[in-house]
Design a protein around this ligand. Structure first.
Ligand code: N01
Length: 532
């Protein structure tokens, strides 16, 4: 290891978290060094360049709220912007606020070690440098550690292999190719219709059918934009105090208490809205009560059956075996209609499991198929994966050791024994269960305010107490337990990664409640943090 570089704060990642962290902390006069594994800014939107990638929170709301001038100036072209436009937005933010100058790109942070005597972190990067920093802020993303399943024979495959989260920048031309897609989560449902339009043939390997709903994406509505921009403070306030970081009021009615025809009419209307939580949040008991959930699930199932011509294919595409919404819901464009195409085949791997990848393709129990390319839409080692990919040594142990049975931390921001280290969108935060940009802003602002307070007090070290961390971690699981989520094998539970501990990872108590808790903590002298 070489180098003798010293800054106040190392920020890891140049996605929405890292960009805002650099902006706010630099404004406080702190010296910052950012590191980004990619060649440029954008995080998720830098890496996920697969055809069809777009946000599923309306773009008017899926953007920073701290730069009102930019909000007034920027015009999204679509209701749900596609990846290139969101990446252009991240670039615009970086240009406008000169954020690139604080980052070293193409460089991974590989390790960080706390030095108790010097009260600082020693950070090692992939270019062999070491940096000392009083604080480390991890803006590494919750969904950035790509998961490619360890299928037997994969190393022998001679065709092209892609993962949606690591898509080649030059794009991929599937024209004339026989393509396999494995996975039907948010990425799969976006990439499948696009690849089907291009490929000679496409075979989708589905393990779990998805409750996805049409996005009804449209060109941006100028009137709605004008309204949102006009009421900027109001919209922002409502998003910040909402459940999901959206300008949507929580439901007050129970599905079980309304007549069936009325519920049906509501669902019809909600279906047309094409919004992520429209059906899930139509009534207040859908995420909590299995009976209510079944009614909503059956509604979606019926709609899927209507869209798919072949009855057997339709039945395979109808989700079953888990509660509606407890895997992250998805919004799609032409997903189910894609299965009506002549060149598309569906393999239900629960009925016909994958046995191995051969040199030329994929062999299931019932058939062997040849493919020119395999697209893995198989998701991520969510929330803990990106953090633990860095070898972090705290006061007494590594974070990998500490989180061996699942992550524990305080407010998703700190873990006891790891002073001056912060995770943005960390496990135990609402992040992935919300409009993540709203959560990111709150997490970053909390950290920035805390550092400002420490400077006022002349303090050098802040660390979550073991008691506060235990209490918060229990609370995260307890609140999840009021819902149906923990009953489902999902990435929220760590269930998609073999051997990963089963713990509900995000905080499901809502963005508004989380903010209120953080505000109370701050008002109470940062209760639960030991500051010295
Ligand atoms: O990943 P996923 P994703 N054999 O984990 C299947 C965000 N996002 O990249 O369900 C066969 O959801 C797996 O099957 P199963 C969003 O938060 C947002 O799609 O585990 N199949 C599943 O079908 C999202 O939730 C957008 O049984 C295997 C799929 O692969 C999160 O990122 C767009 C398998 C993985 O689905 C992750 O989404 C994209 C195996 N061995 C992503 N292993 C927006 O629209 C896994 N699967 C904003």
């Amino acid at each position: 290891m070489t180098g003798n570089n010293s800054v106040d704060v190392v920020v890891v990642g140049a996605g929405f978290s890292g960009l805002y962290a650099v902006h706010l902390l630099r404004e406080q006069g702190l010296t910052i060094q950012g590191f980004e594994a990619g060649a440029d800014v954008g995080g998720t939107w830098y890496w996920n360049r697969y055809p069809g990638a777009r946000c599923d929170i309306e773009s008017l709301y899926y953007c920073y709220s701290w730069d009102e001038e930019l909000a007034r100036e920027w015009e999204w072209t679509e209701r749900y912007a596609a990846q290139p436009e969101i990446l252009a937005y991240a670039n615009r933010v970086a240009d406008k606020h000169d954020l690139r100058s604080s980052f070293i790109f193409n460089t991974r942070v590989e390790a960080a070690e706390w030095d108790d005597q010097a009260q600082q972190w020693t950070v090692r990067t992939s270019d062999g440098q070491t940096w000392s920093a009083r604080f480390v802020v991890l803006g590494v993303g919750a969904l950035s550690a790509a998961n490619i399943p360890d299928l037997p024979g994969l190393a022998n495959y001679t065709g092209q292999i892609y993962h949606t989260g690591q898509w080649p920048h030059e794009g991929v031309d599937f024209t004339g190719l026989r393509v396999a897609v494995i996975g039907t989560g948010s990425s799969g449902i976006q990439v499948i219709p696009k690849v089907a339009e291009q490929a000679a043939s496409m075979t989708v390997f589905q393990r779990t059918a998805n409750f996805t709903m049409p996005a009804h994406n449209t060109p941006a509505d100028p009137e709605l934009r004008a309204e949102v921009v006009e009421d900027w403070a109001g919209v922002r306030q409502r998003m910040r105090t909402s459940s999901y970081g959206l300008d949507v009021q929580p439901p007050t009615e129970s599905l079980l208490e309304v007549p069936a025809e009325e519920a049906r009419a509501t669902f019809d209307r909600k279906w047309q809205e094409g919004a992520l939580t429209a059906i899930l949040q139509a009534y207040n008991d859908i995420v909590r009560n299995p009976e209510a959930n079944d009614i909503a699930a059956d509604y979606v199932r019926d709609r899927i059956r209507e869209m798919v011509h072949d009855p057997q294919v339709a039945e395979d595409l109808v989700p079953s075996g888990y509660h509606f919404g407890t895997k992250r819901p998805c919004l799609d464009t032409n997903y189910f209609d894609t299965y009506n195409r002549e060149n598309v085949e569906l393999v239900n791997v629960r009925r016909d499991p994958i046995v191995e990848v051969t040199a030329a393709g994929i062999r299931t129990e019932q058939a062997e198929r040849e493919f020119d390319a395999i697209v893995f839409a198989t998701g991520f080692d969510a929330m803990t994966g990106p953090v633990l990919s860095i070898d972090i040594h705290g006061r007494e142990q590594t974070l990998r050791e500490k989180w061996a049975e699942g992550p524990v931390g305080y407010l998703g921001l700190q873990s006891a024994g790891f002073p001056n280290l912060f995770t943005i969108t960390g496990p135990g935060s609402p992040s992935v269960l919300s409009n993540v940009v709203v959560s990111i802003e709150q997490h970053v602002e909390f950290v920035a305010d805390l550092l400002a307070r420490m400077r006022e007090q002349g303090a050098r070290v802040v660390e979550a107490t073991a008691e506060a961390e235990a209490e918060w971690s229990d609370h995260v699981q307890q609140v999840a337990g009021y819902t149906l989520y923990p009953h489902t094998d999902s990435w929220f539970m760590g269930a998609n990664i073999p051997g990963k501990p089963r713990v509900f990872l995000p905080y499901i108590g809502g963005v508004g409640n989380f903010r209120a808790k953080c505000d109370a903590v701050a008002a109470n002298d940062y209760e639960g943090f030991a500051i010295s």
